[in-house]
Design a protein around this ligand. Sequence first.
Ligand SMILES: Cc1cc2nc3c(=O)[nH]c(=O)nc-3n(C[C@H](O)[C@H](O)[C@H](O)COP(=O)(O)OP(=O)(O)OC[C@H]3O[C@@H](n4cnc5c(N)ncnc54)[C@H](O)[C@@H]3O)c2cc1C
Length: 395
Amino acid sequence: MDFEYTPEQDAFRKELRGWLAANLPRDLCVDDPADDRVAPDRATFERRCAWQKTMHKAGWVGIAWPKEYGGRGASIIERVIWDEEYSASRAPVLPGMGLNLVGPTIIHWGTDAQKLQYLPRILNADEIWAQGFSEPGAGSDLASLSTRAEDKGDHYLVNGQKVWTSGAQYADSIILLVRTDPSAPKHNGISCLLVDMKSPGVVVRPLVLATGHHHFNEVFFTDVLVPKTQLLGPINQGWKVSTTTLMYERHSSGARNPIGQVRDLIAVARRLPVDGGTAWDDPKIRQRLSQLLIDCEAMKYTRYRALTRQIRGEPPGPEGSILKLSGSELGVRIADAAGELLGMHAIINVSTELVPDAPRWFNRLVAARQYTISAGTSEIQRNILGERVLGLPKG
Ligand SMILES: Cc1cc2nc3c(=O)[nH]c(=O)nc-3n(C[C@H](O)[C@H](O)[C@H](O)COP(=O)(O)OP(=O)(O)OC[C@H]3O[C@@H](n4cnc5c(N)ncnc54)[C@H](O)[C@@H]3O)c2cc1C
């Protein structure tokens, strides 16, 4: 990979940076967008939707989407630049389920009518989406799902339960995996439906994290009537449709690099008083934080390797699993290091003079492990790498 940017790419970066500086409302910014992917309350959620509309009007939303569907058709490098500049500006994560997962899946599998109905509304934050895949008895082994959709002629009748549904409290629609042929082998009897969350029989119940944040939900379906026009992809081929969605999910979850967190931690260590000096005077602390910086750099180059394959048009390699695994585990190591370095400052959840961003570190300490579970757990990523890279027998 060439590490130099072309003049056009530099110009793209400059234009985006300038536009964000001029248009991003300061009071909408977050300490670290990765910590805050589901808005904490409805008022914040609505302000973020309004921000997305402003961005969309200026042509900065869905930049990776093809132009014919309202996107910008940006190159892979432009997408990287967009990610870097957007997160450096501390702008909040946009309601991403529709933009990053559902929209691209509809582009791939949807009918013309579905594309027309949903894609413009996703880009303009007029339609917010949730992902209804996991169930109490089906997570890593997703194909065991048991939510049923019975064929009733012109519609399906859906009964069952989903769980860990991020942001469902704000969602207008949900992309739902259902069993349509219980007699078929488990991967072959699944279909994918696009369901209106306001349909009678849909009930959302909150699941609140240990941090107090209402991130995800249980969603119950009781005799929910879904028109047949809402089938996404062929009947009983929902497993293939879900593979498309999960590929986009892993791609977007591997894109974040926590190097900013480590730099923040080093800044705290330099001012934290210990034994008449600062924590940074301790060589063990310096070594530990330096190792975390090295790990972030290694992650950056693994990402470049994955991008190089994409640019060359080669099929995706194991980098997606490596990035998901190493990025989420690195997040836990950073949070653990912060907990040990900051001591009580990391657990009181209150700003102090010494550590003004203590609530952020509290949040990370409690929440970092969730990313080793979402989008395929660390164990599942290790299974994939063991089988596909090391040639080990199936786990
Ligand atoms: C922050 C977050 C957001 C999420 N958002 C959504 C969402 O919006 N929509 C949605 O549908 N789901 C969502 N999920 C659910 C997520 O996809 C599941 O939690 C995940 O797939 C794991 O499933 P599970 O929780 O049922 O755990 P299980 O699959 O029951 O796993 C339990 C443990 O067993 C291990 N294990 C399981 N199988 C194997 C194996 N074959 N080999 C080795 N170890 C194994 C796992 O690694 C794990 O440690 C979210 C989860 C999190 C944490």
